[in-house]
Design a protein around this ligand. Structure first.
Ligand code: HEC
Length: 192
């Protein structure tokens, strides 16, 4: 029975592959996903690499300096490298920097992701939102899966670090996260 089942499933998968997108609409969608993937990866890698370097060089206090002084400018630098009409940023419902507050349509997606997460759904790698005829938003959900994130976004035990964060971000909402929590998303806006 199991063998038959897997053969049927394999057959189904093959026919789905054969029926791969051909229309212009599907082509558009494919391009949006490709651009979104590339752009979000570039931002994540750039921020991740620099964060690691600073953490190694001077621990969380130095890494905090990096995050608060350079995360934004580095994001702008990444944006300069992207094709015209493409923009990448980070958002969160519980944001630290008010500049990362989601727009209304983005908040709807984050809320939906949060609901899915609380129903134990394994989140998709990406979600695409059609904003209007020419604009798409590609979302990559960000889940806390590294302990190091909790140093600055968990229950912060290092008093010096906590004070430094409070001093820089008096309206900080981005603490008390736990491993596996949804932290936010990377959004790539793609205008054609
Ligand atoms: C050394 C402290 C530190 C560590 C470690 C750290 N962050 Fe942050 N994080 C910050 C600061 C500071 C900001 C605000 C940056 C700014 O001003 O743009 C921030 C902002 C963010 C944002 C943007 C939304 C917001 O709240 O403003 C996301 C998403 C994020 N961090 C995720 C993570 C993840 C995931 C990890 C682990 C891989 C992590 N952070 C590790 C300090 C840290």
């Amino acid at each position: 029975m199991n063998i038959f089942k897997s053969i049927t499933i394999a057959g189904l998968a093959a026919s789905l592959l054969l029926a791969a997108p051909h229309s212009k609409k599907d082509e558009n969608f494919k391009q949006v996903v490709q651009t979104g993937k590339k752009s979000s990866k570039l931002l994540l890698q750039t921020l991740g690499k620099n964060m690691k370097r600073n953490m190694k060089a001077g621990g969380p206090m130095k890494a905090l300096d990096f995050c608060s002084q350079e995360a934004y400018t580095l994001t702008q630098k990444v944006n300069k490298k992207l094709p015209k009409g493409v923009n990448v940023k980070r958002i969160s419902m519980k944001y630290r920097n008010p500049a990362n507050k989601p727009e209304a349509d983005e908040a709807v997606v984050l809320e939906a992701l949060k609901q899915l997460k609380s129903a134990n759904v394994i989140l998709p790698k990406q979600i695409v939102q059609k904003v209007d005829g020419n604009t798409y938003k590609y979302y990559k959900p960000l889940v806390i899966h590294k302990k190091v994130c909790l140093k600055c976004h968990g229950d912060i035990t290092d008093v010096e670090l906590r004070r430094a964060i409070e001093a820089r971000y008096p309206t900080d909402k981005a603490t008390h996260y736990k491993m596996g929590d949804l932290r936010g998303a990377i959004v790539v806006t793609i205008k054609k």
